[in-house]
Each structure stands twice: as C-alpha cells, then as structure tokens.
Write a new protein. Structure first.
Lengths: 743, 54
C-alpha cells in the first residue's frame, strides 16, 4: 500500500469521520523532548484525535508500521492513545508525528496523568478478583451438586467430609484474595466511624467461611462455602460494571494542561523556535500561521487577518484583525500569518480565566448522592438487626447451641442477598449506555443518566448547539453566477468562501491573477473581466443601507452585482425537539454570546420564550448559579469555550461531537451527528433507566421480604441459599433487559 | 466412589489451568481496549506485524 493510495482512501473516509483541527503549520517539532529510551529503543505516546472507525486505526497503525525503523505501533481506541517505538534518534519522533498528521488526524503530546494509570490498575484488580471468584465458584459448585442432590446416608460421612474439605481448600484462599475490594472498603468506612454496604457483606463472607470451616471440622451437615463465593462473584460483577460505567468522570482540572500542551512558534533573535505554549512569557513574539489558534492573549504587531472568535464568544462571523489590535487565546487565525506580542502569559489569558471558572464550577458541585448509595444506607442497619435478632433469638429462646445460632445468623446475612442490590443499578446503566452508544451518544458515567432523569430546566447555547455552527448559503442564484463566484471563492479559507464552495458542486472555472485582500475580499480576472468577491463595502454600493445579514457580494467589472446571503442554519429538528422538551414539562432557556437581534430571531423560530443575548462566559455562569440557587436541576447543552464553565457547573451537561475538546471534556454526555434529537432521546432513556432501577430495587426488597423470614426461622440450607441468590440476581438482570423493548 | 480420588483432582487441575489462562490474558493487556478490539476485526490486511515491506 503506497502512501498515495493510503491518502486517497483516507480522504474518502474523512468525509465520514469527523474533520479534525489539523494544524496547517508545516513543521512538526518538539516531540523529541518527550521520547523515552530503553535499551536503545525509543518509545513515545501521543494523543490522537479524529479516530472514529476501524479504518482510522488501520490507517494510522499500518502507515507507521510500514516505516523502516518502526518496531511497534498500537492505537488504543478507548483512550485515543497512540504508542509506538522505533530504532533511531529521538528526533525521528517528529517525522512520525508528521506522518500521522498528514493522514488527517490531530496529534497532541500526551501528559501521562497519574489519574489514568490509577483507574487502569483498579480496573485490572477488579477483573482479577472477579475471575478468581468465578473460577473458584465453578469448582466449588462441582462438589456442591453432589451434596445437594443426595443425602449423607447415601454417600457416607467420609465422602461428604471429603467434599467439604476440598470446598474449604478452594474457598478460603479465594475469599481472602477476591474479597479484598469489600474488606478494604469496609475497613475504611469503619475506621471513619461509618458503615457502608460493604460492612455486612464482609461480615457475611468472613462469618460464612469461618462457620463453614468450623462445621467441616466437626463433621457438620451443611457448609456455606459455595454461598459465600457465589455472593462475592455476583457482587464483583456489579462492582466491575459500576466501575466501568463511572470510569470517565468529567475532567476540568487537566484541561488547562491539555490546551496549553501544544507548541508555539516564537521569533527569538530573528529565528523561529518551537516552545511549549505554557512556557510563553510576556513580551515574546509569537508567529501564528493561518489556520492556527492564538495560544495567548496579545497584541498584533505585524500583519492583518481575520479571526474567528466563535469558540470564545459564539459569534458566527469572523472579525477583521489589524495591526495594533488585541487578540485572545483560543481564537482561530483565518487568513494570513501574523506576529503577536504576548501580553499575558498563557496562565493569565482569558482562556485560563475560563478554565479556572470551570474548575471552581466543578468543585462547587454538590455531591450527588446516588440512589444506590441511599439504598445502601438503609440496607446495612436493617440486615445487621435481623442477623442479631436471629442469633440472640435462637440462642436464648430457641435454646440452640451458639454454633447453630450463629449459623442461622450467617444464613440471614447471606440470604438478604445484596447481589440483587449490587446489580440493580449497574446492569441497567450498562445496557442504557450501550444502547445510547449505538445511537451515537457517549455517556461518560452511569450517574449522569441518573442526574439527567431529575432535571426540570434546560439551558441551550445557540451557535453549534441549536444551530449547526456552519454557515450555509440561503439565497438562490443563477447557476452561472454561482459557478463564477465559487470558482473565485476556492482561493480563500474565509468561512463565507468555504460555505459558498460547499453550496456549489460542479466544475470550477479557471480564474487568473487571484489576489486575496484580507478583511475585504478576493479579486481575479476571468475572460478579461475583473471579478471581485467580498464585503459590501468593497464590492457593493456604499449608499445601500447596512443590513444585519451575513453577505458576500459578487461584482463583475464594477457593474453587475449579485448578493449571496448566508445564515447559520438550525439543525433540522431543533424546533421539534425544543417543543418536545417543553411538552415534557421542562423550562427551556436560550443563552448566547451573539448579538441581540440574531438571538431574538432564533428564539422566535424555535419557540423559546426565555432568551439571553450577548452574554460573556462569566455571565452565562451567573445565570446558571441563579437557577441553582432557586433549587432548579439544570441540564446544559453547549459547545464552545464560553459554555465550558456552565457545562462543568450544571447538574448534568451534554455537548455535541463538534464541540471543542474542552467542552467535550467538561460535559457528561457527548452526542454525534447533525441532529438535535439525541439530546431528547438521551433524556427519555435516562427516565426509563431510573424507572427500571427503581423496579429492580422493588424486586430486591420483595424478594427479601420472602427470604428473610425463612432464614430467621432456620429453614434455609445451602441449596436454598444458592437458588435464592442466583434466582434474585437473574430476575433483576432480566428486568433490566426490558430496556431493550422500551421505546 | 473411588473414582472420585482421581476425578476431583483432574477437575481442580483443569480449573486451575483455566484460571492461569485468564490471569495471563489479563496481564497481557487484552482487556485494556475492548472497543478497539471490536473494531480490529474489520481489518482486512493479512500482514503479520513482524513482516514489513520496504
């Protein structure tokens, strides 16, 4: 597969995969400082963005593996981390990164975060305990079957005792090994003077194993090794699912590092140098090319360009930027390279202020108490009480020996089956998030669905959220004029030119002598006539009144004129979804940084009565604080930098897949595609999930109401315990699967 | 019942083998990227990782 063919395949795929913020700067450098060397083999990990399918993985890995010195290349799809190793120098890293970028993917240095490694270790630990418990359970059950289906008379005491001993041999190490998650958590809670659900579980495990061992020594009839291990197994399943569902909590703290983790081109002594953005200081001169983001707040000292501020302010149209004017970090340089003198170090920029606001928002989050945790608080004292009552009752009133009384108390602990409770929430959440993932919605943590199910207010951003964030040609034109305009427009990266080209898909004419005048327009010559495409002031009549429309004027030989008007179109179903949300009883608000007239217009179109325009990021956040102060549960849907603090501070937040990375990190849920309906679908799914979770809890309680009296009366045997535990777990799981049939 | 004398140990050994296999697969990182593994089945190149074309 040669490089040319690879590139063509990728171009085809990219029309399906998301377009990436690929930097237009030609030289990749700086990665050599991050390379690790071991035994003469260089290794580097980077973050890759824009990977969405099997084709992407294959392209990246195979193009790297095709290189002569590359030893290994592996892309982890779940974490977007590309790890590769090679023989050679550390500087080669930049070539390989450039190779990946040429394929159309964004590459960023990877800050190895302790947080990520910790969660991976925890996951492996749980999986290991789960595996060991599963294997032990299976092998213990091997003996149990023999013990259940026959009686002591038939098999003889010797055989029965042999079985008990072998069970003990398997069970005791297993409980010690795989019970660690429970024991650790229980000890931690007890040392803080609280109890949690793990305390009765640990008690059950320890007592069951201990008493069963005691019975084994004394040639007892019943042992409960299988129950103890089965209990552990089911609970570990619930715990593992729960952990996976919770793994990606929204991150605010690391975002400053990730936005500042790229490189900037600094002019020092007349020579360009690559420096990490976070090392930029005041008075340094930074060269920002077309298509790059401004890394810091500063003043333009050389050059003229247009700047896209939509990520920061939500304004749809780029603004002209002239020498001497100020520019802010995070905005996009559209047309020409400029030199900027750094006014504030990266840490002090507007961008950093927004990030700090986000962090504050994240910390101010009231700790949401999950339904499962609230159930656990109730469970623990009830179970302990029943066990104690049975023990004392049988000991004092029933006049049974302490061994038998303790055994009955143990069966009470086992039979109350926290299995069903432990599975009630995670199973439904895993099913729900899996179903949503198929619909293109990524839910980062299970309790996001829980928080979503109790909202009463929805805050919506405008640009990029309700609208596509994409300018589109809305006026109709003569085909020949459109062709002429599009042919000239291909020479510019200005969003209006790009939108114009998108609207035309025929052959392009050859225009000569094309010149780009930033801030004004394009001019060229076609068939001897001078053509101009640009702003009204440059091409059009200065006497015509200023309108609020977004326009491009086409001017031929200063004579015939055509006006192309654009608008940021609403998503095709925005209006319907807003009315569905209102029908469901939710308050819907529109909050935007764009101009009053534009926002008012859109609010009327979508039927939103409460709208706020020209709001800066801090003001958006204040609106959120107000509502939270009034005890409202708020869902925020937004995509830009100005939405990030609100996304971090709202009770639950959703961002579209086209949002900037920081917004996606701050949100609980991310949805793909051009439609708005995923927001509504996710809300509906969240409500269904909560309903099923509550049903599961009810089933668990009902089961206990039947089982606990049986246990207290001493009628439970290991066989009954095994059936009860597996039965209740299966019923809860089966009920959870009803999610598939709900619409 | 004397058959149990060798059947039970065989069953336990088999169980252990299974456990060892599981622990090996866990340690070699096969559970680290379950989503990526799902996507990799769609690859259609037969190239082994140690053969490289220049």
């Amino acid at each position: 597969m040669d490089a040319q063919q690879t590139k063509q395949d990728v171009q085809d795929d990219l029309s399906v995969c998301r377009e990436v913020n690929a930097s237009n700067s030609n030289v990749v450098s700086g990665y050599e400082s991050l390379v690790q060397n071991q035994d003469d083999v260089n290794e580097l990990s980077v973050l890759v963005s824009g990977v969405h399918c099997a084709g992407c993985i294959q392209k990246i890995e195979s193009s790297l593996l095709n290189e002569k010195n590359i030893q290994n290349a592996r892309l982890n799809f779940s974490t977007n981390r590309l790890n590769f190793s090679w023989n050679g120098t550390a500087e080669n890293a930049n070539d390989y990164v450039a190779l990946v970028e040429k394929l159309g993917y964004g590459v960023q240095p990877y800050d190895s975060e302790a947080e990520q490694n910790e969660s991976k270790n925890e996951e492996r630990f749980l999986l290991l305990c789960l595996g060991v418990a599963g294997f032990a359970m299976g092998n213990i059950m091997l003996m149990s079957f023999g013990l259940w289906i026959t009686s002591t008379e038939t098999m003889g005491v010797a055989t029965r005792d042999l079985m008990h001993w072998i069970q003990a041999l398997i069970a005791l190490p297993t409980v010690a090994f795989a019970g660690r998650p429970f024991f650790r958590s229980a000890l931690k809670a007890l040392s803080n003077g609280h109890t949690n659900m793990d305390v009765p579980i640990s008690l059950a495990l320890v007592l069951a194993s201990g008493m069963s061992l005691f019975e084994t020594f004394n040639h007892g009839e019943h042992v409960y090794f299988d129950s103890a291990v089965m209990l552990m197994f089911f609970l570990l399943i619930g715990r593992y699912l729960d952990f996976r569902a919770r793994k990606q909590a929204r991150s605010t703290a690391t975002d400053l590092l990730s936005t500042l983790s790229g490189f900037a081109s600094v002019i020092a002594d007349g020579q360009p140098q690559k420096i990490l953005i976070r090392d930029l200081k005041e008075e340094m001169i930074v060269r920002v090319g077309a298509g790059e983001k401004f890394p810091v707040d500063g003043q333009v000292i050389e050059g003229q360009t247009t700047v896209d501020t939509s990520l920061v302010t939500g304004e749809t149209l780029p603004r002209d930027l002239n020498t001497g004017e100020e520019v802010y970090a995070g905005t996009l340089n559209m047309s020409a390279p400029v030199s900027v003198r750094v006014a504030k170090a990266a840490d002090d920029s507007l961008l950093a202020d927004i990030v700090r606001l986000m962090e504050k928002a994240g910390q101010g989050q009231a700790k949401y108490v999950r339904l499962a945790d609230r159930a656990a608080k109730l469970y623990t004292p009830v179970v302990h009480t029943f066990a104690a009552i049975s023990f004392l009752g049988w000991l004092l009133i029933g006049n049974l020996g302490w061994q038998d009384s303790l055994m009955i108390a143990v069966t009470v602990l086992i039979i109350t089956c926290p299995c069903a409770l432990g599975l009630a929430v995670p199973v439904v959440q895993v099913l729900a998030t899996g179903r949503l993932m198929k619909q293109g919605v990524l839910v980062k943590s299970g309790d996001a669905l829980e928080r979503l199910s109790v909202i009463d207010t929805v805050m919506l951003d405008k640009t990029g959220t309700l609208t596509l964030g994409d300018l589109q040609l809305k006026s109709v034109h003569d085909a020949a004029l459109l062709q002429l305009a599009a042919s000239l427009a291909t020479y510019s990266q200005h969003p209006l030119s790009v939108a114009l080209c998108k609207a035309y898909d025929g052959d392009l004419l050859a225009i000569s002598n094309v010149q780009d005048h930033p801030g004004m327009g394009l001019e060229g010559v076609y068939e001897g006539q001078k053509i101009r495409l640009g702003s009204r002031a440059w091409c059009g009549d200065q006497d015509q009144a200023e309108t609020e429309n977004i326009e491009l004027w086409l001017d031929i030989e200063g004579d015939k004129k055509e006006v192309f008007s654009f608008e940021d179109t609403l998503r095709s179903d925005s209006i319907d979804i807003v009315s569905s949300l209102k029908d469901d009883g939710l308050d819907v608000l529109l909050v935007s940084g764009d101009r009053q007239s534009v926002v008012e217009d859109l609010a009327k179109q979508t039927g939103i009565d409460d709208f706020y325009a020209e709001k800066k990021p801090q003001q958006k956040f204040e609106i959120l604080e107000d509502m939270k102060g009034n005890d409202k549960n708020v869902l925020m849907v937004g995509d830009g930098l100005n939405d990030a603090p609100v996304l971090a501070g709202a009770n639950v937040s959703i961002a579209p897949g086209t949002a900037i990375d920081m917004a996606q990190n701050a949100a609980d849920i991310v949805f793909m595609g051009d439609k708005f309906v995923p927001v509504y679908d996710t809300y509906k799914t969240a409500k269904m999930t909560q309903k099923l979770v509550k049903q599961n809890f009810t089933l668990a309680v009902l089961y206990n109401i039947v089982a606990v009296p049986l246990a207290v009366m001493g009628m439970v045997t290991p066989l009954i315990a095994a059936i009860a535990m597996s039965g209740s777990s299966l019923i809860v799981i089966a009920n959870s699967f009803r999610l598939r049939f709900m619409s | 019942m004397s058959v149990l004398i060798y059947l039970i140990p065989i069953a336990l050994v088999l169980g252990c083998v299974g456990l060892v296999a599981f622990v090996w697969s866990l340690r070699s990182g096969q559970y680290d990227d379950l989503e990526g593994a799902a996507h990799r089945i769609l690859f259609d190149d037969d190239k082994k990782p140690d053969e490289k074309s220049d």
